[in-house]
Structures are given as structure tokens and as C-alpha cells.
Design a protein around this ligand. Sequence first.
Ligand code: SF4
Length: 195
Amino acid sequence: MDQIVTGTLMSYVGICDRKIWLAGHAIEGYRDHELLALGRLLAESAYPRERKELALPGMKVDVLRRRPADADEDEALVIGEVKRSPRAQHAQRLQLGYYLLRLREAGLHVRGELRYPEQRRVEPVELTPELEQAVRSAIARVEELLAQPQPPPPVRIAACANCAYFEFCWVSEEPATADSPRRRTRSAASADGKR
Ligand code: SF4
């Protein structure tokens, strides 16, 4: 599988093609965006007792835990993605399904969980044939977008208001003031926040 695709890019599929292109070309958003910072804090602080990160090229899993001893030997691990809300759950399932597919291709059969600590909710995710098909279609879509020489034009959607690329896409539309928090930093680091 091509490593140019990442879990973060998969989490934008179906939400904004332009964001996929920008993030995939290492154009960085506004890291200090309040909601992104909140999402990072949540991912770092939730589930402290079982928190173990798993980082491989193109994927960074928030939670890694063992299943009970009576679980099937080849499904003894569970990976979890921590999210603020299930609002974009389809894209979240694509992200987690992408991780499950990558791990399966590496010989690991792993269960997945989408975790919403603010709602005290856990959604199990298995790599069913349907999800695998959706993941493979999303991978193809990401690769197609990244191959384009220019980013798709911005399209105003509800997610723009909380997007790290808001300035990049819409700054000319917003009257700037000297004390606007959106003016403090422009590039900074990654836009890999939790929604
Ligand atoms: S601000 Fe809107 S159009 Fe621009 S990348 Fe974000 S979601 Fe897409």
C-alpha cells in the first residue's frame, strides 16, 4: 500500500478534498486553533491507564490494549482512536479501517474502537468486507487528489469554521483586526487534530 496516504488524510475523505490536498502536500494549517488544541489534549489525556501509542509510517494510533485472555489468539489486540464527537463518524471509520487494513497486511488481526470520552461512548469497528471496500475506494480517492498539480478550490462547508486551513482558504473574506487570534500564527505545525 502506498505510504503517501495517511490515516489523517483518510479522516478528511468525504469532508473536504481541498484539505486532503493541502495536508498531503505538507502545507500546514493553524496549529494553535482552539478546537485542534482541545482535540490533542483529549487524545493525550484520555484513558491514561491503557494509553499506548502505536506509530508507523502514515499512522499513529492513540490507544493500544490487549483483549482478555480468552480472546482469539490472532485478535488479541485492540486499537482505539480518540475523537471529540461522532459527528464525522463515516470519515473516522475510514481512518480506523485504514489502520486495521495496514495492520492486517502486516499480518496482525486487530479489532478497532472509536472512543468518545466526552460522551462516554465506545464504537467497535471491524474490518468487514464493506468497510475494506470503502477504505480501498477512499485510498484511491486520496491518491487521485494528491496527484493533481493544484489544490481543488475552496468550497464553503460547515467544517470550514473549525478548520486549521480557514485562513488559507478564506482570509480574504474575513476582516482582520490586530488582536484577532487567527492572525497570531499562520503556518506552524501539523493540522492533525482530533475532531
Ligand atoms: S477551510 Fe473549508 S475549504 Fe478550506 S480546507 Fe478547511 S474545510 Fe476545506
